[in-house]
Design a protein around this ligand. Sequence first.
Ligand code: NAD
Ligand code: UGA
Length: 476
Amino acid sequence: MVIKIKNICCIGAGYVGGPTMAVIADKCPEINVDVVDLDQDRINKWNSQDFSKLPIYEPGLAEIIERCRGVNLNFSISIKEKIENADMIFISVNTPTKKKGLGAGKASDLKWVEACARQVANHSKGYTIVVEKSTLPVRTAEVIKSILKTPEESDKNSKSFDVLSNPEFLAEGTAVQDLINPDRVLIGGERQEAIDSLSKIYSNWVPKNKILETNIWSSELAKLTANAFLAQRISSINSISALCESTGADVREVARAIGSDNRIGSKFLDSGPGFGGSCFKKDILNLVYLSEYFGLPEVASFWEAVVKLNNWHQHRISQLIVKKLFGTVSSKKISILGFAFKSNTNDTRESAAITICKDLLEEGAILKIYDPKVEPFQIEKDLEVKNNENIEDNEDKKFNNKEGTWSFCEDVYETINGTDAVVVLTEWEEYTKINWSKASKMMRSPAWVFDARSITNQKEIKKAGIKLWRIGDGLN
Ligand code: NAD
Ligand code: UGA
């Protein structure tokens, strides 16, 4: 029998929990959806009256929140109460790489998942379907199941659970579209009735043939594998970009040529400054850890190479900027356009911009940074160097142009003004429209553009007398 779900609780109001539950609430008006989190500040932002203040920027998300919030979608910190009420609980908490202890630097830290499972074990009532939405190492469902069997003795007989794996494949910046029109929804589980209950929810808007059912371990492993394959394509094309620069080939032409082979396909072949985001690196490292754990060192080193190449590629870009600017950037002003790890998001986790900016600061550059969605406090946190504008002390203000410092700018031209070079690190659309003839008059000569995203107008740049380096352009 398919259990009809009336109340969903999602633990974790982050980049996945927030948008995913918003879309479920929007598509299933008969289901009440509660999103809970430990972080009061984040919940306050989700409840903000000003929809531009939601904690996550995603195109189309604010409109859905406006429609559903207070109707069948609620954000709160009432974790115990919402768990008690729920027939289905999504675990959508963070699973970062472990910083210390066994598996440090590779394995996923499951302490937040474990805490959720304990909360569910203690507070749930009756029969509950627990859904793994977080990306988890294969066989985590086993851990969750064993924790769910440990509520206080008096409660033991009144509770029962099914655990499903339902990994999320949304990409940031296109989360709403990805959720509304997914390539597939993956549900791994053991008991068909539980699988059917979740499948029924998705079938409100996802065609049946796109809802894939697998065993629970395949589902967990498929998520890690999907991210590893995607990231591997980026490292592959980025490795070729370096070869293009040395040989006179053009990586865009190479990508077009190989991508038109149906077996390869054209997506995920944009060479850039190296992949960022909270998941690719952590998920591959997790795969590396699992391979080592299961005694497969060759498999581990195969996947580890994808991450190593990405690290190398990011440093390669900062080094070549220094080389092109006569071997030193000390006290030179450089504009950084874009800090988010990709466009249409305010997320900076693992952004290539962090590595590249840190390298340039280390070399003594003075950075002027502008990103339309990233707040200066976030950049300060990521770079671990104070924003010049926040320096209160008068003495320090005099040294505003001190080497190895940065400041935040409010628009493109303010950023470019007075700099020797512009470095494009995120593919924001507004950077494609820069008036380079205007920009060149504001820059110190010889002016440079380093375009790591291939989005600027090269003809205009050259016409304006600016030197141009583009990723993977052998004719640079
Ligand atoms: P996030 O850090 O944005 O959000 C996680 C939230 O969980 C935080 O707000 C945190 O306060 C909350 N939390 C942690 N422990 C809690 C607890 N015990 N009780 C209540 N709340 C708790 O993370 P995210 O980006 O949403 O990612 C969540 C998971 O989804 C990760 O496993 C990630 O790998 C996976 N994933 C992420 C994306 C993405 O695009 N970000 C896409 C697919 C899958
Ligand atoms: C990625 C996957 O695309 C999602 O399917 C997955 O759900 C998610 O990870 C996750 O598990 O977190 P996301 O990291 O949000 O999504 O964004 P992507 O579009 O995959 O971009 C990741 C990084 O790769 C970005 O830095 C992006 O600029 C870079 N990239 C992407 C390239 O350099 N070239 C490309 O062709 C594509």
